[in-house]
Ligand binder design. Structure first.
Ligand SMILES: [Zn+2]
Length: 531
């Protein structure tokens, strides 16, 4: 019953908290903790042990009767929730299975102290910092935060023999340079700058090894070692220095095919396996070398989508150059879990250039094709509102328009902005309202777009009102204008939205409009259906 595989398989049925971790707010967490205390009267002790800066109660959940204490704390960074429900799931699982010798042995040998959601103010608004704006995990020495003081006090009172510091790392962190996502990273935290191996630190290394062995079958190649450098202001490091060895667990990103709740599921398996190992033989059977051999975490080497093998055409030149394009969807866990009501998720280009060492959630083949930024067009005056609707915007999207700058009189600014907001829909061009703009796109729409007869770029430009009949003459008009005045053709550039066109044909390293076809349109990271 306590094998990693059976824990992994049983979690969806037995999990006590049914809400996905990013969606779990402080109120609901408290209700869940109270329900747990009612289910196991006398076995679960639930105490308010302090208040957050904004006066939200913080609770300590206690179970087990052993004389050795183990302390778990989660979500000291408000937007790092994955382990929070796992703590309640574990408490429930242990108490529901006291007929099992392992469960009894854990609860008889140890007292488990759990602080789920140490930072409820940050969790409420899904931010890293607390209500004061302070990163609690850099407050271990100054103790300016009530949450930090609380954690320190609980440590001092209970002198745990092991601390489990539960976080989420960036969802795009990879395992070394493998290009695979680090779905989980572990760290046996140092207690000093020299990284001395104490008995406590050996225990935390063994705990890390137990975690690696337990969960790697469920995320093959998806485990890494967190940066070992001594962090002088962090709690993990200082709690280690104060005498409690600490294991840091960082849930990460998941490959395609997993659900976001699988991060909680991995924490459930990992933490119960550590408890089982402690109860059996103080983890003596776990080889610290398994932990030592893990590749280190690497950041900035993975993106949601990488468009590979293409050429890029930038304004100001008609020559193309070889370049991949990597971009990300800018969502947090709450948006990914669908519990924040936001439907339009912006995108951001991460890199242009050689992405051959860059991992990707999805790869798009652009072999031999040309990428250029989606068109930016102008629109003059409030009366144009009469045709500015979803249908015409969808038509403009299919013609490769990414942004519409809509110039209106000061007096019409409010109503135009309201109208633009009703059109802020994923997959449609962005409408940006400008009162008295200083500069404006060269390409100005004089009415609703006509339909392009084919996907030839000449006809596409015709439909937008640009005479493409002279072939690259239209390119000269659109591309070669002084950059300060021309934003009909934008630059593809790091940090901008991923709005771009993929077109065919390279002739002698140049873009040849006469023979070029529009192959696909991507607006803010999403491909537009061209038919
Ligand atoms: Zn964190």
């Amino acid at each position: 019953m306590f094998s990693p595989r059976s824990l992994w398989q049983t979690w969806p049925d037995v999990r006590f908290v049914r809400t996905p971790a990013p969606c779990l707010r402080h109120d609901e967490l408290l209700q869940n903790m109270q329900a747990l205390a009612i289910r196991y009267p006398g076995d679960i002790h639930l105490d308010e042990v302090g208040r957050s800066f904004l006066n939200r109660p913080i609770h300590l959940l206690k179970l087990g009767v052993g004389d050795k204490n183990i302390l778990f704390w989660s979500q000291m960074h408000g937007d790092e929730p994955s382990a929070t429900p796992a703590l309640l799931d574990i408490a429930d699982y242990l108490l529901a299975n006291t007929d099992q010798p392992i469960s009894r042995s854990i609860l008889e040998s140890y007292t488990l102290l759990m602080i789920p959601m140490l930072n409820p103010d940050g969790a409420e608004v899904y931010e890293r910092v607390n209500g004061q704006g302070i990163d609690i995990n850099r407050d271990a020495l100054r103790l300016a935060t009530p949450e930090g003081r609380l954690l320190k006090r609980i440590c001092d009172e209970h002198k745990p023999m092991l601390g489990l510091n539960l976080h989420d790392q960036g969802r795009m962190t990879t395992v070394g340079d493998t290009g695979r996502l680090a779905s989980n990273s572990v760290l046996a935290v140092s207690g000093d700058a020299e990284n001395i191996l104490t008995r406590g630190r050996l225990r935390s290394k063994r705990a890390c090894a137990a975690i690696v062995e337990a969960i790697s079958p469920f995320i093959p190649g998806g485990l890494a070692r967190y940066d070992e450098e001594w962090s002088p202001l962090a709690f993990g490091d200082n709690i280690t220095a104060w005498g409690t060895p600490v294991v840091l667990i960082e849930s990460g990103g998941l490959p395609v095919g997993y659900e976001i709740t699988d991060l909680t599921r991995l924490s459930f398996v990992a933490l119960l396996t550590v408890l089982k190992g402690l109860a059996e033989d103080d983890l003596a059977g776990c080889d610290p070398q398994i932990y030592e051999d893990l590749p280190e975490n690497q950041t900035d080497s993975w993106s949601d989508v990488v468009v590979r093998g293409g050429y890029v055409l930038q304004p100001g030149a008609t020559e193309v150059f070889r370049s991949d394009l990597a971009f990300n969807h800018l969502h947090n866990g709450r948006q990914a879990a669908g519990c924040c009501g936001q439907t339009r998720i912006p995108s951001q280009i991460f890199l242009l250039g050689d992405a051959s060492c860059h991992g990707a959630g999805a790869s798009v083949d652009a072999n031999g094709k040309i990428l250029l930024a989606a068109f930016e067009v102008g629109l003059m005056g409030w009366p144009e509102k009469k045709w500015l609707d979803q249908e015409n915007l969808a038509r403009l999207a299919r013609l490769g328009v990414g942004t519409i700058y809509w110039a209106v009189d000061e007096a019409d600014h409010v109503q135009a902005t309201k109208h633009a907001e009703t059109l802020a829909i994923q997959g449609l061009p962005r409408v940006e309202v400008l009162a008295n703009p200083l500069s404006f796109p060269t390409l100005i729409l004089s009415g609703p777009p006509s339909r392009a007869g084919s996907t030839s770029m000449v006809e596409i430009l015709d439909a937008l009102g640009v005479d493409g009949s002279e072939g690259n003459g239209a390119i000269e008009t659109l591309w070669m204008e002084p950059a300060s005045q021309n934003y009909s053709v934008a630059r593809l550039c790091k940090d901008r939205p991923a709005s771009f066109l993929m077109v065919s044909s390279v002739a002698d390293g140049r873009f040849d409009l006469r023979t070029s076809q529009l192959l696909s349109v991507w607006l803010d990271g999403h491909e537009v259906a061209l038919k």
